[in-house]
Design a protein around this ligand. Structure first.
Ligand code: SF4
Length: 342
């Protein structure tokens, strides 16, 4: 059955013509779903009861929120159940006037970063367009306002589900829907240089984040084992091409893990990799993860020293604070904890 949230205005108009409904009903439903995040036809009270019932019978809602956990720092983690019982999550991170929502694109993940619960079982399946898009719609509805930014950095490797992600981005940016500027959307990848080139060619206007986490192939092979081997330099080169072609920001995300990738040698190599590339580096001290109690964030002093080494090489750097420690905010952790508890 078709998910209502995946229907754009033209598809809704076609459906309603087939059903013998007036054309303006399509715009009404599109506004309720896409602008206000109302997914349940029963709640679309401007529609006649018979149409609400038919929509409920003949279309589906692809996801439902089964849990929302708020952290003391305002970070909120949403756990979604899909129609086949699989679970994914999205995290809302408030920061000043921004409310950034981090969304998932796959169930599980083939990249298997050592610090990430999403990768433990590898890839299970791609999310559909509706399953990606509805994460944002549910949160829009629950918040009563639109999140200000979207980062596609939750469970999964987004560029391995690019066709569905592109359709979701089209819905997020639709002028009669949530109307996100593409500048407020960042797509993250840990992966393949050719897919980064493909994203650049699509020219969607979105920003790119490269989840690097190590500055050479040897350390990266250990920490990000599912990423294509021996491609650290190629990935950065592809990021630089993306920045040149699209004029959009490229950031490198680098989770700092004590004794693994926080050494002076890695800082020197990272600085050399991004030198002259207009690539900003985000350093994120590791959030504690239950499945790898042996991994730790470096001390504050060590993290600052790593950042300073990069700055000394002329690199633009932000050292982030840990967020949502008390709610299992590390990627995939909530979904994993819930599945272990069942
Ligand atoms: S951090 Fe991202 S890329 Fe790495 S395993 Fe987790 S979901 Fe996949």
């Amino acid at each position: 059955m078709t998910a209502l949230a995946a229907l754009d205005l033209a598809a809704l108009e076609a459906l309603f013509t087939e059903w013998g409904e007036p054309r303006y009903r399509a715009a009404q439903v599109f506004d309720a779903v896409q602008a206000k995040g109302v997914l349940d036809p029963a709640a679309m009270t401007t529609l006649p009861a018979a149409l609400r019932e038919r929509l409920a019978r003949e279309t589906t809602i692809a996801t439902r929120v089964v849990e929302a956990q708020a952290s003391e720092d305002g970070t909120t983690k949403y756990l979604f159940e899909l129609e086949d019982g699989k679970r994914v999550e999205a995290v809302l991170i408030p920061e000043g006037s921004r409310k950034t929502l981090c969304v998932s694109t796959q169930v599980g993940c083939p990249i298997r970063c050592v610090f990430c619960a999403s990768g433990i079982a590898g890839l299970i399946r791609n999310l559909t367009v509706a399953e990606i898009h509805e994460q944002v719609l549910h949160v829009r509805h629950l918040l009563g306002e639109r999140p200000s930014n979207i980062v596609v950095m939750g469970m999964g490797e987004p560029l391995l589900n690019l066709p569905n992600l592109v359709e979701a981005i089209k819905l997020w940016t639709h002028e009669n829907g949530l109307h996100f500027s593409p500048r407020r959307i960042t797509v993250s990848t840990a992966g393949t240089p050719s897919k980064v080139d493909r994203l650049a060619k699509l020219d969607l206007g979105v920003h790119l984040a490269i989840s690097l986490h190590a500055a050479d192939d040897e350390v990266r092979g250990k920490l990000v084992p599912g990423s294509p081997a021996g491609r650290t330099q190629d990935l950065i080169d592809a990021g630089a091409r993306f920045a040149r072609k699209t004029g959009r920001d490229v950031t490198v995300e680098y989770v700092l893990i004590a004794g693994e990738n926080d050494t002076p040698d890695q800082a020197e190599k990272l600085g050399a990799l991004v030198a002259g590339r207009h690539i900003h580096v985000n350093l994120i001290p590791l959030n504690p993860v239950t499945h790898r109690p042996d991994l730790h964030a470096p001390s504050g002093i060590a993290a600052k020293a790593f950042a300073q080494r990069l700055r000394d090489q002329g690199t633009s750097v932000t050292l982030r604070t840990q967020r949502g420690d008390d709610i299992a905010a590390a990627c995939g952790q909530l979904a994993l904890e819930r599945s272990l508890a069942e």
